[in-house]
Design a protein around this ligand. Structure first.
Ligand SMILES: *Cc1c(COP(=O)(O)O)cnc(C)c1O
Length: 822
């Protein structure tokens, strides 16, 4: 211990003050002298200087990890939507002042420099951003948790809008290098694919299985630091890159087939080449299954290797000392892969291996949409991962035997819960595999967990009620309040101190100020400044001018039918119709912002993007709407843009069909920043409304039960015919007002709205939605009332900190405690 401390001191002394380090990196790492240096070099030099300081604490935390005997958690996720790291590191290491000073001598601003950083967009949306918020909270709470993911060469695509339509461009985020990663080739792992299995006589004299004739490839780890908030803890996110086993395949090379040898190398590297851009929908592609197995096998081998180094081949306590949290079913191969490694590589018997595996796996479900439940064809599995398929079959056989014993004769039940979905093309049900292999199964909001227990997973809930639990999602207030809203941060600190930064429940102290006129004025000033910043951003990226006296009404999230951006557009068309009919008395000026990416293969979602843009063109160009209504589609929505959008938002649109949004986390970011929510009783909206108070939330629409009921006799055409305002909206839409020169392009959307089988029942909720919007508009005109409601929303947002969520994971699932610094 003494040794380590003195060694650290020495290392830290190597680092000069930040301004000198910045200058040194500028000159010697990047080879630039003082004149004519662009912001990008300043970014790289400053980031490197900050990174060096992070690295110092990182070493200490790693050393503590290596020497502790505590249980450790490994968070497995195919997605980590990190966004930018510089500001986060500057904030968490308390370096803002010295960073500003370092840049001051060059006459540049920190904001300008930070804007040079590419977002690390290694995720689609909510699920990936949740993983990033969780890592932040784990480091803040000093928990021994490491993230494991894939280092995609290409992250989430860049979205451009051309003639109103989404066009995708690749996101080569690593082009200029990544300052926040350290390659660790010494921890490279070998991953097997294809081949076959065979039985053989092991040294122990027992028959065993092995996986032979495989195509092997390498997984090379790159570590990213996850700094805790002013606490000297730096946790690790380990991302794997795929590589060929040999730089050149010797055989091919020697036979003169040099190009083929190089092609093989490229094939191996494909595995970590690109993030699949599907959110909330399954993707049956072979490469995707390869990615999943690649992550899982590399990460489990990594954890086992560390175990063996510390404990040798004694796995007696492995299950108690490790926990694997599976972020959805994407890493579900962890269950059979840990079994394989324990049995085939470390010689354990089935029962011992199963006892370990099923005591350290925990599964988080993220969706109720049946189309998002992963299933892999048995044919693909047996070709790609034959040994895993064998193990899955045995898990299933043993599981079904237990079910049979408890429910003799119930063959329907056996068929329902089988890990193998029988049929012309049998499939493996990855969610069921995850449930059977885990000791914990959690949903991500109270409603979501209840719906899982009474619907999708009912049979399993009856078998193992004790496995099921809820962990309502949260977001980190350090990024989603402190960092992204410095004006509000300063007002909060001036008013209630700083405790909320690590204990968001302290925001309750704001509640007494809700009616304080002087405080309301300060609150409104902050919001106005953030609206101006957002308006400038919208103007720059869309050309649309937002009026600062208007209510800023925002819906940003992935474009998906269940999230019902269409409903939002229908309301805008309704407002346009009112304006055109001169019905503008008591109309609150409104600026509507919609943003989000559509999966490239999701035709309807892309059409919705086109509709939003077309409606925006017509509405914004019509002189009648001046001063009253604007609509803009914000292109390329991502983490760094949400950091500008959520502080400037006044009305947060959370309007999914009830029972479809598992939780939502965008709703929480908006609430913290003082937006009021207009929303359905879906996901975490329910808890947001409970905490904020019913009177501080604009509720509309059917609840989850109501949606199920309504579907039985849903008749949208009658609703449209009977409501003159809705009828006119449909007439505008169907009459070609928004597609004069492109006849028929939106027919698919209008037909969907009129379809009695429309899953999303948009027309059922439209009247209620319009009325709630009218009420929101009316409330806005009473600014004192609005500000009061806004303050109370922030004040009651404490529950939605990911610190609270992670504390619950730590206490109720993982059983881990903080590792304090020495
Ligand atoms: C928070 C966030 C999401 C999730 O938004 P929802 O409204 O919960 O779907 C998606 N993408 C980005 C970039 C985010 O920051």
């Amino acid at each position: 211990m003494l040794d380590q401390t003195s060694h650290d001191k020495e290392t830290f002394d190597v680092l000069a003050p930040l301004n000198q380090e910045h200058r040194r990196h500028l000159m010697y790492t990047f080879g630039h002298d003082e004149s004519d240096i662009g912001s990008n070099y300043h970014y790289r030099a400053l980031a490197t200087a900050v990174r060096d300081r992070v690295t110092h604490h990182w070493r200490n935390t790693r050393h503590q990890f290596a020497t502790t005997d505590q249980r450790r958690v490994h968070y497995f996720s195919l997605e980590f939507l990190l966004g930018r790291s510089l500001n986060n590191a500057v904030q968490n290491l308390d370096l803002e002042e010295s960073a500003r000073n370092a840049l001051h001598q060059y006459g540049v601003q920190l904001e300008e420099i930070a804007d040079e950083e590419q977002d690390a967009g290694l995720g689609n949306g909510g699920l990936g951003r949740l993983a990033a918020c969780f890592l932040d909270s784990c480091a803040n709470l000093q928990l021994p948790v490491a993230g494991y993911g894939i280092r995609y060469e290409f992250g989430m695509f860049h979205q451009m809008i051309e003639n109103g339509r989404q066009v995708e461009a690749p996101d080569h985020w690593l082009r200029d290098g990544n300052i926040w990663e350290i390659e660790r080739p010494e921890d490279t792992r070998t991953i097997k694919f294809y081949g076959r299995t065979e039985r053989y006589m092991a040294d122990s004299g027992k028959m065993a299985s092995r996986w032979v004739g495989t195509h092997d490839m390498l997984a090379v780890p790159y570590d990213m630091p996850i700094p805790g908030y002013k606490n000297q803890t730096v946790n690790t996110l380990r991302l794997w890159k795929a590589a060929a086993t040999d730089e050149f395949n010797l055989e091919e090379f020697n036979s003169g087939n040099y190009p083929d040898a190089v092609v093989q190398k490229n094939n191996a590297e494909q595995i970590s080449m690109v993030l699949y851009p599907n959110d909330a929908s399954e993707n049956g592609k072979e490469l995707r299954l390869k990615q999943q197995y690649f992550l899982v096998s590399a990460s489990l081998q990594d954890v086992l290797a560390a175990w063996v180094e510390q404990h040798g081949e004694d796995f007696t306590h492995f299950g108690e000392k490790n926990c694997f949290q599976l972020n959805d079913t994407h890493p579900a191969c962890s269950v059979p892969e840990l079994m394989r490694l324990l049995m085939d590589e470390h010689g354990l018997e089935w029962d011992a291996a199963w006892k370990i595996t099923s005591s350290c796996m925990a599964y988080t479900n993220h969706t109720l949409l049946p189309e998002a439940l992963e299933r892999w064809s048995v044919a693909l599995f047996s070709r790609l991962l034959p040994r895993l398929l064998e193990i899955i079959y045995e898990i299933n056989e043993r599981f079904l035997a237990l079910v049979k014993e408890a429910h003799p004769g119930d063959t329907a039940l056996l068929r329902r819960v089988s890990l193998v979905e029988e049929g012309h093309q049998p499939h493996i049900r990855m969610a069921y595999l995850s449930i059977v292999g885990s000791f914990s199964v959690n949903g991500v909001a109270a409603l979501h967990t209840e719906l899982l227990k009474e619907g999708l997973f009912l049979d399993f809930y009856k078998i193992w009620p004790e496995k099921f639990n809820n962990k309502t999602n949260g977001v980190t207030q350090r990024r989603w309040l402190s960092h992204c809203n410095p004006l509000l941060r300063d007002l909060l600190i001036e008013t209630i101190g700083t405790e909320w930064e690590c204990d968001l429940m302290q925001m309750e102290k704001l509640a007494p100020y809700a009616d304080d006129a002087a405080f309301q004025k300060k609150w409104a000033d902050v919001k106005l400044a953030n609206k101006q910043r957002l308006a400038a951003h919208v103007l720059k990226h869309t050309g649309v001018e937002f009026m600062e006296n208007a209510i800023f009404d925002v819906q940003v999230k992935r474009i998906h039918e269940y999230k019902r951006q269409l409903l939002n557009v229908l309301h805008v068309i309704h407002l346009y119709d009112r304006i055109k009919r001169g019905e503008t008395k008591d109309m609150t000026p409104r600026c509507v912002l919609i943003g989000g990416k559509a999966a490239p293969g999701y035709h309807v979602a892309k059409l919705i993007v086109k509709l939003i843009n077309n409606v925006a063109s017509v509405v914004n160009a019509d002189p009648a709407t001046k001063g009253l209504l604007r609509l803009a589609f914000f292109p390329n929505y991502r983490v760094s843009t949400m950091e500008i959008i959520c502080p400037g938002t006044e009305l947060s649109e959370q309007i999914s069909t009830a029972g479809k949004e598992a939780s939502g986390t965008g709703n929480m970011k908006f609430m913290m920043n003082g937006a009021l929510t207009i929303g359905t009783l879906d996901g975490a909206n329910i808890e947001i409304r409970e905490k904020a108070g019913d009177e501080n939330f604009f509720l509309f629409g059917l609840d989850a039960q109501g949606v199920v009921e309504a579907r039985k006799s849903y008749d949208p055409n009658t609703i449209i015919a009977d409501d003159p305002e809705i009828r006119r909206v449909m007439e505008l839409l169907e009459g070609g007002t928004f597609n004069m020169n492109e006849p028929g392009i939106f027919d698919l959307l209008t037909q969907g709205l009129r379809n009695p089988h429309d899953q999303w029942v948009s027309i059922a909720d439209l009247r209620s939605y319009i009325d709630a919007q009218t009420e929101a508009g009316a409330t806005y005109r009473d600014q004192a009332k609005w500000n009061r409601m806004s303050i109370l929303n922030s004040a009651h947002s404490g529950w939605f900190s990911s610190d609270r969520t992670i504390q619950q994971y730590a206490d109720e699932i993982w059983g881990v405690k903080p590792l304090r610094n020495v």
